[in-house]
Write a protein that binds this ligand. Structure first.
Ligand code: AMP
Ligand code: MG
Length: 359
C-alpha cells in the first residue's frame, strides 16, 4: 500500500480521536529507573482523558500529586469556560443582554483576547463569536432542514468581534444575540494549564491527552522522545507514528463530528465568512509549542484548507487530508506528510503504575 493510501485509511473516516499518544518504546528503552504513573479520569470535557507523569522510581507519590493537580486544572477551566455548563462564565456572558456588563475572571478575559487575536491572525477563519451560526446549524441538524439564506445572514450579523468590548474586568456585548463558543480553543488552553501544573511538581516528563488533543514535555520512561500514534479508524491498531520531543498535537476533523441534513454531512466546524459548515478538509492535525496554538490552527486549517498552510506561524507544523478515501489529497508543512512513517508498534507502558482517577 502506498503512503498516500494508508494515511487515508487512518484519517479519512469519522472516529472521534484521530491522533493518540502513548508511552511506546521505539527502540527497546533504557529504563533508567523512571516510571510512568498514568491516570485516566472520566467525565473531563465530555471525552476521554489520559494523564501521564514520569518520575524516578520511588517518587510515585509526587506523580500522583502532579496528576491530581493536572486533573483539577482541566475541571476548573471547563467550569469557567464551557458553554455546556449553565453557570460558567461563558454561559453567563452568552445569556446576558445588550450593554449589560458581565464580570469575568482575568483568565477568561485573557483567553477571549487570545481568541480575538486568533481571529485576526486567521483572517476570520477562526472566530469564537460564530456561536449563533453553530447553533443555527445544530438546530438544522436536529430538524433535518437546511437553514434559509435569511437565517444564515441574520446569524452572520451577530457574528464578529465588533459587537463585543473587553475591558479589564468585564465583557459587554452590543446586542443580546451575540454569543461565543470556546470549543475550538479552551481545550487546548486547559491542556497547557494542566501541563504547567504538572511541571510545578518537578516531574521528569508528562503528557496530557484530552480526546486525542495532547501536549507532552520532558521524556517518557524510555528516555526517548514521545511517540505520537496515528490510529487506524477501521481497526484497533496503530498505522503510523511520528516522534515529538516537546509540544502539542491537536486534530480537527470535519468528519469526526457532523450532522446530517437532507442526506448531506455537515461538519461541526463553521466557516464564519460564508456562514456555513466547512466541506473540503477532512482532517487537520497541527503540531505547535502549545496546545492552545495547535487547537486554534487545527480548527482554522479545517476552514482555510491548503492555502492556510502559508499563514501558519514559523514554529507550527501541520498535516492536512482532503479528498476522500479513494483519492486522498495530502498536504502539510514542516515534517508532514513525509514524517508519518508506517510502523507496527506495540503499546507498552514500561513500569507503568495506574493511579485511581480520583476527583
Ligand atoms: P475543534 O474540534 O478544536 O476544531 O473545535 C471545534 C469547535 O469549535 C466546534 O464544536 C465549535 O464549538 C467551535 N467552532 C466551530 N467553528 C469554529 C470556527 N470557525 N472558529 C472557532 N470555533 C469554531
Ligand atoms: Mg481546535
Amino acid at each position: 500500500m502506498s503512503t498516500q493510501r494508508w494515511i487515508s485509511l487512518v484519517l479519512v473516516t469519522g472516529l472521534a480521536v484521530l491522533v493518540g499518544i502513548g508511552l511506546w518504546q521505539t527502540s527497546g528503552g533504557t529504563g533508567r529507573g523512571y516510571v510512568a504513573v498514568v491516570r485516566e479520569p472520566v467525565g473531563i470535557m465530555g471525552t476521554s482523558c489520559r494523564l501521564v507523569a514520569v518520575v524516578r522510581e520511588g517518587d510515585e507519590e509526587k506523580a500522583e500529586e502532579a496528576l491530581a493537580m493536572a486533573q483539577a486544572e482541566l475541571s476548573r477551566i471547563e467550569g469557567l469556560m464551557s458553554s455546556w455548563i449553565e453557570n460558567s462564565e461563558i454561559s453567563r456572558f452568552n445569556a446576558a443582554g445588550a450593554r449589560q456588563p458581565v464580570k469575568l475572571s482575568a483568565e477568561t478575559l485573557d483567553l477571549l483576547r487570545a481568541a480575538r487575536d486568533a481571529s485576526e491572525a486567521t483572517g476570520g477563519a477562526f472566530d469564537v463569536t460564530c456561536r449563533p451560526l453553530i447553533e443555527l446549524w445544530r438546530a438544522a441538524g436536529e430538524s433535518g432542514q437546511r437553514p434559509t439564506t435569511a437565517e444564515i445572514a441574520e446569524a452572520q450579523m451577530v457574528t464578529g468581534w465588533l459587537g463585543i468590548t473587553l475591558s479589564e474586568h468585564e465583557a459587554i456585548k452590543s446586542s443580546a444575540p451575540i454569543r461565543v463558543d470556546l470549543g475550538g480553543i479552551a481545550k487546548g488552553y486547559a491542556i497547557d494549564r494542566a501541563v504547567e501544573a504538572m511541571r510545578e511538581f518537578g516531574v521528569a516528563g508528562g503528557m496530557v491527552d484530552v480526546g486525542g488533543d495532547l501536549r507532552c514535555f520532558g521524556r517518557p520512561p524510555s528516555g526517548h522522545a514521545w511517540g505520537v500514534q496515528v490510529r487506524d479508524p477501521f481497526a484497533d491498531r496503530v498505522f503510523g507514528e511520528f516522534s515529538l520531543e516537546e509540544g502539542a498535537v491537536c486534530t480537527s476533523g470535519g468528519y469526526a463530528r457532523f450532522t446530517e441534513i437532507e442526506g448531506r454531512r455537515y461538519s461541526h466546524i463553521i466557516d464564519p465568512r460564508r456562514g456555513e459548515p466547512v466541506g473540503h478538509v477532512v482532517s487537520a492535525s497541527v503540531v505547535a509549542p502549545t496546545a492552545q496554538t495547535a487547537d486554534i490552527w487545527a480548527t482554522a486549517l479545517s476552514v482555510l484548507g491548503e492555502p492556510g498552510l502559508e499563514e501558519l506561524p514559523a514554529d507550527v507544523e501541520a498535516l492536512l487530508i482532503a479528498g476522500d478515501a479513494s483519492a486522498p489529497q495530502l498536504s502539510g508543512k514542516g515534517r508532514f506528510p513525509e514524517d508519518l512513517k508506517k510502523k507496527q508498534l506495540f503499546p507498552v507502558f514500561p513500569n507503568a503504575v495506574f493511579s485511581p482517577a480520583g476527583s
